[in-house]
Design a protein around this ligand. Structure first.
Ligand SMILES: Nc1ncnc2c1ncn2[C@@H]1O[C@H](COP(=O)(O)OP(=O)(O)OP(=O)(O)O)[C@@H](O)[C@H]1O
Length: 277
């Protein structure tokens, strides 16, 4: 029954972009270092994030994957004592510059967290609030955008007759898809996902994974996952982080399949084969 439900699951009008997996960087990270107070957690991270592709960040707990993700939309600004150095450019724009409009940046770079975190209001209000915050006031436009976002995450048919119901009454998997809808309703360029499936049951996890795969091409996606099989299934590129002398370092970055099948660094080989980590 559950599998039938999965097979019947569809997402709306999503088309993979032609640029997918063409090695054209959207974000270029160079010499990135992050510290919380005196505690250095990442050093000298240099990699490109390719337009329209899915990049998986893998590595053991504590090696700085979430910290890396958080620098991309400046969530690190909200952490007292966080210090970020280095260069992060999106289409040439210096994302770390003090004059960057952080609110506009977060509209372009949305974030999905490990635990679904819908606002404690109705399903509709969850999507309406961010749209209103970003200046959409017209009722017809709001309704159209909300329906499109819910269709895109495959939720419309499940909730169209109860948009006024509390979002927190949805299942965990539905809540996570609502959170993805809340991010994509703002038409971002990049979706950052921090272990988006790890708090879900296996079926919901597979549905969300399937959704992520379908969003590839339309959005550039950077996903932290501890599930190596998932990284392999969905990612075009993978970045492997590891602690060197207690500080997270990028050990290897490249196309996903070669990184898993023929890693060039012995630490990557040990990690992906399950010997280390
Ligand atoms: N807000 C914070 N304040 C202080 N230290 C932090 C903060 N967030 C993370 N850290 C520390 O930074 C280091 C890296 O954490 P981070 O969450 O980035 O790693 P991670 O690889 O994503 O870990 P996990 O896979 O367990 O989520 C850890 O030592 C962590 O304790």
């Amino acid at each position: 029954m559950a599998l039938e439900r999965m097979a019947a699951y569809t997402v709306g009008c999503i088309e993979a972009g032609a640029a997918c997996c063409v090695p054209a960087p959207l974000v270029q990270v160079a010499g990135l270092a992050v510290a919380y107070g005196a505690h250095a957690v990442l050093e000298d991270v240099t990699l490109d994030i390719y337009r329209g592709c899915i990049t998986a960040l893998i590595g053991p707990s504590g090696c700085g994957k979430t910290s890396f993700l958080s620098t991309l939309n400046r969530l690190t600004d909200l952490i007292p004592g966080a210090r970020v150095r280095g260069n992060v450019r999106m289409d040439g724009l210096d994302l770390l510059a003090p004059e960057v409009d952080v609110m506009a940046l977060r509209r372009r770079i949305g974030m999905i967290f490990q635990r679904p975190n819908p606002f404690p209001v109705s399903i509709q209000r969850n999507l309406e609030l961010p749209l209103r915050e970003h200046g959409v006031r017209d009722r017809a436009m709001l309704a159209r955008k909300i329906e499109m976002a819910l269709r895109d995450v495959g939720l419309w048919d499940e909730v169209c007759d109860r948009l006024d119901s509390p979002a927190l009454a949805l299942s965990g998997g539905q809540q996570q898809r609502l959170c993805i809808a809340r991010a994509i309703v703002l038409e971002p360029s990049i979706l950052l996902m921090d272990e988006p499936c790890s708090a879900l049951d296996p079926i919901s996890s597979r549905v969300v994974e399937d959704l992520i795969l379908r969003l590839q091409g339309r959005y550039t996606i950077v996903i932290v996952t501890h599930n190596l099989a998932q990284a392999r299934r969905i990612a075009n590129y993978a970045a492997f982080f590891w602690m060197k002398e207690r500080v997270g370092n990028l050990i290897e970055f490249g196309r996903c399949a070669p990184l898993f099948d023929a890693p060039s660094h012995p630490l990557t080989a040990a990690y992906v084969s399950g010997v280390a980590g």
